[in-house]
Ligand binder design. Sequence first.
Ligand code: ASP
Length: 339
Amino acid sequence: MHPYILFISLASVIMFLGAGNMKAQSPVKNTVPGHVLVIHGGAGAITRESIPPAVEKMYRDSLCKVLLLGDSILRNGGSSLDAVEACIRMMENCPLFNAGKGAVFNSEGKNELDASIMDGKTHKAGAVSGLTIVKNPITAARCVMDKSPHVMMSGKGAEQFAREQGLELVNPSYFFTKQRWDDYLKMKAKSDSLEKVNKIHGTVGCVALDRYGNLAAGTSTGGMTFKKYGRVGDSPIIGAGTYADNESCAVSATGHGEFFIRNVVAYDISALMKYKGLNLVAAADYVVMQKLKAQGGSGGVICLDQKGNIAMPFNTSGMFRGYAKAGGEIKVAVWGDEN
Ligand code: ASP
């Protein structure tokens, strides 16, 4: 071979290898639109009349704070997984939402918490269900993903694992809020229906795209008021309430969990994109506004793809939601008529 040709070939190999390394460490240019973060705080049969303006403002302010936190993590080069975990922790610590403090009560008057998280790059995932003493279930889910060979852990075993990992544990009474207790009492006295008491689903979720082009998704919940002891909803089930794949999208769901499990909602949206070539909005709309709606499965999803496209369809009258983009745009919305 001519020495010049050999030089060119070697140079291309070195450049190619170099580019590979760079890709692993530096921001992906030209293909990724900068970071994007999307959150939800639950969907439900809420109306402008049923929520006092002051309460609506509290929700909007909280969502805004969460978006600012996630945006700053991503802006400073943090990963989508870190942003998802941090945002969900903040919502778990806020009593307004049905996750962590503020979780709903089951039929025995206890709080049982579920959460999951998924990495769109590696497809690694972690989930926990039936927790009663772990302050931040999303961090327990992240530990299952990062520090165990498993994907899902439940109940006492998951709590023992959380203790071993040094996670913050609390007395079960930490999760108590009067609003959720009153809802529980109404259900117990059968003075309200399951649908009415669960009118604000209140689960929290987050999907994010970081500057490296990686998607992540997470969801955390107390489940549904008066659920049976031991009932597990969609939120901790990978593919139902949470899913992330860099090649399609990241999804977090909120709604009547049994419908979301049966329809494998989060994975269905991803699969419609991957195998049928639907775009994000078309895939999410089809699953939530047609498939679920036809079955009476109430709720919504937040979805994000690698190009930074967002879809947030819900078939209820409202969904607490918002997004933040690298360009500085931040938006919070509750009602269906808000863009
Ligand atoms: N999807 C949750 C569950 O069924 C409830 C919710 O979204 O609020 O456990």
